[in-house]
Ligand binder design. Structure first.
Ligand SMILES: C[S@@+](CC[C@H](N)C(=O)[O-])C[C@H]1O[C@@H](n2cnc3c(N)ncnc32)[C@H](O)[C@@H]1O
Length: 320
């Protein structure tokens, strides 16, 4: 009987099947090579149980590039001029979960313990009216925008304050989203009502499923790609606050030490470093003292945080 003319021949299926299998096969030896490469690049140590995750994510990239197996991809990504592809590879494996006003205790601490002190110092002429905050590992921007909302509320620019929030991440994919400043409307639940009304805009018509950061808020925040595992950062000056939350979990002890050392070079002598609630700096940052759980100051700082000891529119949106 003649075969159905519209069906591709069986050998075409077989070869496609083989291609798919080749693309999603990562032999243990090659996995170790990727492990080392990713560690070298970003300080991220992928545990062996992440084998399936890495395979799945890289297989998608291979398909896009038209490569037929992981070895070919490894050869490409290790070429000296392939910085962009190495960045894309890192993008494939980062986890970017974040929320507005995540870990609210930190924001309460700022409002109760830190901001009143800064205001008093400024009133007494002991502090310049300039504030800089760095959100290191900012993902899609919810953290830096949350910080900027608080700053705008407590340190109005029309009273002479000069505000700057810098958000950085290794992933260009998340930075694009952060710059676009547009979020699903469901995320409005994460933002306290007063800030929602003051700094976010609801989309209209076709854009009603999204909300957008207001121009006033957008102006205060800027974003840049910074690999925290690099030897130095393309960042100027020091910051009054550094938030590096839920980022250190990626790193082993050695990378953590390197990253914290790099970050601290940009902390002002009276500044504070905030880490995530499950992150501990024990043994890796002897130059720091803990002023509250997960909140740290330079041990040499003579600064006193209030309450602590010295040792220690979518297109054109409308309001909510
Ligand atoms: C889980 S998110 C945390 C976002 C935010 N800080 C928070 O707490 O909600 C961690 C972020 O760290 C970034 N990251 C991982 N390794 C990094 C590195 N070597 N340099 C800079 N950012 C890194 C990831 O891309 C990711 O967006």
């Amino acid at each position: 009987m003649p075969s159905n003319q519209t069906d591709p021949p069986a050998h075409a299926f077989a070869s496609r099947q083989r291609e798919m299998t080749d693309r999603s096969t990562l032999a243990p030896g090659l996995f170790s090579k990727f492990q080392k490469l990713i560690y070298q690049e970003a300080g991220i140590w992928l545990a062996t149980h992440k084998h399936a995750l890495l395979t799945g994510r890289l297989a998608r990239r291979l398909r896009l590039l038209g490569l037929s197996n992981m070895q070919q991809y490894y050869e490409l990504v290790t070429q000296p001029d392939q910085q962009h592809e190495r960045a894309v590879m890192i993008d494939c494996i980062t986890t970017n979960e974040t929320h507005f006003f995540r870990e609210p205790r930190h924001f309460d601490y700022l409002e109760r313990q830190v901001f009143p002190k800064w205001q008093q110092e400024a009133a007494a002429g002991e502090r310049v009216m300039q504030l800089r905050i760095w959100s290191a590992g900012c993902s899609t921007g919810e953290e830096p925008y949350s910080l900027a909302m608080l700053l705008l509320k407590h340190f109005p620019e029309n009273k002479g304050w000069n505000l700057e929030v810098l958000g950085t991440d290794i992933s260009t994919r998340v930075l694009e989203k952060a710059r676009a400043a547009m979020y699903p409307i469901e995320k409005s639940k994460e933002i306290p009502a007063e800030h929602l009304r003051a700094y976010m805009l609801k989309g209209r018509g076709d854009h009603k499923a999204v909300m957008k950061v207001s121009p006033e808020l957008h102006r205060v925040v800027r974003f840049a790609r910074v690999n925290l595992h690099a030897d130095s950062y393309p960042i100027l000056g020091s910051f009054d606050l550094i938030f590096c939350r839920n980022v250190l979990i990626y790193f082993d002890q050695e990378s953590k030490t390197k990253v914290i050392g790099g970050i601290l070079r940009h902390l002002s002598p009276s500044g504070l470093l905030f880490v995530g609630h499950s992150e501990h700096l024990g043994g890796i940052a002897p130059g720091l003292k803990t002023v509250a759980p997960t909140i740290h100051a330079l041990a040499s700082s003579s600064d006193t945080v209030a309450g602590q000891t010295r040792a220690a529119a979518a297109t054109a949106g409308h309001p909510f």
